[in-house]
Design a protein around this ligand. Structure first.
Ligand SMILES: Cc1ncc(COP(=O)(O)O)c(C=O)c1O
Length: 451
């Protein structure tokens, strides 16, 4: 809850920054090139998914916030910081269709949000509210940092962990739903209760858009107590409506696909009986004043990436259709590029095109002999150093396959390509030609050096 502290600003102030009329003209191709002219020249950056990107105009707005702080830090602390953060939270609240701005906190990143949720679960094991062996259910390809958080806070406190295999390659939501149902059954064996389900909205590796609304509904039917959606990649790739999804917790990075500088994420926490027991892992002056306020001051640091959110909105509103227009175009382009690559290499996509947003998995030729995670890393490093291409590579361990070969039996690795507004056809042609050349040279990935 907002406290009465004047540093919280006026809650009604400028709530509809995101709905302001747009007066600036749409950006041209040349404007877009200028906005991203700080990107390394002649480099095919087709990995927006990992670290996102931030346009020049937003970086300039960020610099202004930083200067404002340095000019008069005390005035900034007492009069500017909290109203600015409230403005940003309000923009996000409107965008994600939350009921109340108190449900929206700004934190550094999805990793921090995961720690917040897992610590809360861990405390309930520690104080005896949960029985030993009650547990959590998650996808086996959940992000490693999130899995470590589960290990550190839940498993160590006595919780059991069930991993659901994500079918991959995958062609329908039903395949995922069937596996998820099996995971819930396993989680409830021997009378255990599932205290938390962790569901990715868009998995990282391999990347697939998960039918998250449907999985949350199943969790509710099956008596799962809390649902945390790790949507690190979601906002800016897919529409986010937290009321429609109806999870208890939903985190999305704003520095990946929302044009914010690193690092900032929003964490939505639906009002519930455990709402007041959600705390920031860094305890500071505001402990006990609710997560949004705790997160607004975790000691002296640079808060500019949180303050700059309205400027990111101004940036994407300069595209036809705003963020929705960008998402639609990115999807169309990434599908087109994915199909072009698969056709050139004689491979397949890793999922049906409806199961991807702005990232898609494309099978690599089996003649590259990618037979381990290390081989995949060696190839990635080689593409970066020798061909000027940045693209993550997923090794699909046949042992993970669970008998599901689909029509991609011989494919052992997939590139995850991203499309963002700054990408051009040349970026993907560079990747296509590099792989073709490696195949022609009969390259075996095990023999490549880490560059
Ligand atoms: C699914 C998923 N969860 C969590 C994270 C962690 O994000 P961050 O490093 O910004 O905390 C990532 C990062 O790529 C991710 O893909």
């Amino acid at each position: 809850m907002e406290n009465e502290d004047h540093r919280n600003g006026e809650p009604t102030h400028d709530h509809h920054a995101s709905k302001k009329r747009r007066f600036a003209p749409f950006l041209t191709e040349a404007d877009i090139r200028e906005e991203f002219s700080h990107h390394k020249a002649d480099f095919a950056r087709i990995n927006n998914g990992s670290f996102g990107s931030c346009p020049r105009s937003v970086l300039e707005a960020q610099r202004k916030w930083q200067q404002k702080f340095l000019q008069q830090p005390d005035d900034f602390y007492f009069n500017t910081l909290r109203p600015g953060i409230l403005r940003s939270r309000t923009v996000i609240k409107d965008l994600i269709n939350a009921d109340d701005v108190d449900e929206v906190s700004l934190v550094d990143n999805a990793t921090t949000a995961a720690a917040i949720i897992m610590q809360q679960i861990g405390r309930r094991f520690a104080d005896g509210s949960f029985a030993r062996n009650d547990g959590v259910v998650m996808l086996h390809c959940a992000y490693v940092a999130v899995k470590k958080s589960i290990q550190a806070y839940v498993a160590r406190a006595g919780g059991s962990v069930v991993e659901v295999q994500l079918p991959f390659p995958v062609s329908s939501n039903e395949e995922i739903i069937a596996e998820f149902r099996k995971g819930l059954e396993k989680g409830k064996e021997n009378g255990r209760k599932i205290r938390l389900a962790i569901i990715d909205h868009i998995t990282s590796m391999p990347s697939v858009v998960i039918p998250v609304g449907e999985l949350v509904r199943i969790c509710r039917q099956e008596g799962v107590e809390q649902v945390f959606v790790d949507a690190a990649h979601a906002i800016g790739q897919v529409k986010v409506d937290v009321k429609e999804i109806d999870a208890d917790f939903y985190v999305s990075n704003l520095h990946k696909w929302f044009f914010c500088p690193p690092s900032v994420a929003f964490l939505y926490c639906k009002k519930s009986s455990w709402f007041s027991d959600i705390h920031h892992p860094v305890v500071s002056h505001e402990y006990g004043n609710g997560l949004p306020i705790e997160s607004s001051w975790i000691g002296t640091r640079d808060y500019s990436s949180q303050l700059v959110i309205p400027s990111a909105v101004e940036f994407f509103d300069r595209f036809e259709g705003g963020l929705a227009g960008i998402m639609a175009k990115n999807h169309k382009q990434v599908v087109e590029m994915g199909k072009m690559l698969a056709e050139s290499w004689g491979t397949n996509l890793g999922s049906s095109t409806e199961m991807c947003a702005s990232m898609i998995m494309v099978g690599l030729p089996s003649s590259l002999f990618i037979l381990s995670q290390d081989d995949a890393l060696r190839l990635r490093s080689h593409l970066r150093a020798c061909y000027g291409v940045e693209v993550p590579i997923h090794f699909q361990d046949p042992r993970d396959d669970d008998g599901m070969k689909g029509n991609n039996g011989s494919i052992t690795a997939y590139v995850r390509i991203s499309h963002q507004v700054y990408n051009t056809l040349d970026d993907y042609c560079k990747l296509r030609d590099a792989i073709i050349k490696l195949v022609e040279n009969q390259t075996v990935c095990r023999e490549l050096h880490m560059e």
